[in-house]
Design a protein around this ligand. Structure first.
Ligand code: SAM
Length: 283
């Protein structure tokens, strides 16, 4: 396992993933009943954008740094920015976004948005990342951090006792068979918890790879599937042109809310109007 998320923290693909996560939590919080959030590949919780490792790629300059400079973001983007503001306030005692130094990962963003009745379960396999994550969440109630393979976590923690759940699946895609692995893990997970809302992040590098993934999902999964695509480069072969998210069992009005958000995010992040965005149900 060589992957370290610090190189990609705050990148445009992180922004897309985390704004969609914000939207999903918002939609699922319309009911008062408790929600269980499961993060199968959680990362370390937060990332120092001023670190040497982050400086090697500076991916955040094409992501969060652009977003915080935009005026009048939509309400859900404001909520996401609030999480970033919050962690920078806590860690640097700064009062303004100009002091952007830390970028929160998915479990911290989710924790910020969830309510007292909700619960977080996070799995991370890389030991150092796990240790940082564990320390980060020491102070929080209703959070369980596990040094565990996230796919095993799906078997261990589904169905959640709340019977309402949001499951983020965000692996590093180091394994060439990751797409197949995910489709299989999803079929197993859905047998245990068929009404859960699952959000799967994936890189968009090659059109054929994405199409193959969709075809497998259509064959193996009967639940409704919303496919969200977001690219900021033209179709360059074997290049990270963008990312996508599949939402299984999307909450009511999810496609409308996402379709309202995407043009704003894309205009903020696109490079010379390249790439595209879309959100549609896989039939
Ligand atoms: C893309 S990063 C996660 C980023 C995080 N979800 C976020 O949005 O802030 C993927 C993480 O999965 C971890 N990882 C790799 N294989 C894993 C596995 N089998 N189970 C759990 N975590 C794993 C990596 O160490 C890495 O921290």
């Amino acid at each position: 396992m060589n992957y370290r998320h610090i190189y990609h923290a705050g990148s445009f693909t992180d922004v897309v993933k985390h704004v969609i996560l914000t939207a999903l939590i918002h939609l699922l919080s319309r009911k008062d009943t408790p929600l269980c959030y499961i993060d199968t590949h959680a990362g370390s919780g937060y990332y120092d954008l001023s670190s040497e490792l982050s400086a090697k790629t500076k991916e955040y300059t094409l992501g969060i740094e652009k977003i915080i400079q935009c005026e009048n973001p939509p309400a859900l983007v404001k909520r996401y920015l609030d999480c970033i503001h919050n962690i920078n306030n806590q860690l640097t005692h700064a009062k303004r976004f100009a002091a952007l130094r830390y970028y929160p990962g998915s479990p911290l963003i989710a924790r910020h948005l969830l309510r007292p009745q909700d619960r977080v379960i996070a799995c991370e396999l890389q030991l150092q990342e796990y240790q940082t994550l564990k320390t980060t969440f020491d102070q929080y109630k209703n959070v369980a951090i596990h040094h565990l393979d996230g796919f095993l976590g799906l078997k261990a923690f589904l169905p959640p006792k709340e019977r309402r759940g949001l499951i983020l699946i965000d692996p590093p895609y180091e394994d060439p068979d990751e797409f197949t692995h995910i489709a299989h893990a999803l079929s197993v997970a859905l047998k245990r918890f068929e009404t859960g809302c699952y959000a799967i992040w994936y890189p968009i590098k090659q059109h054929s790879q994405t199409e193959h993934f969709y075809a497998t999902l259509k064959k193996e999964i009967k639940q409704p599937k919303l496919a969200i695509e977001f690219t900021i480069y033209p179709d360059i072969a074997n290049h990270l042109n963008g990312c996508g998210m599949i939402i299984i069992n999307p909450p009511w009005q999810c496609d409308e809310i996402i379709n309202e958000l995407l043009p704003w995010i894309w205009n903020a992040l696109t490079i010379n109007q390249q790439g595209h965005y879309s959100a549609y149900l896989l039939a």
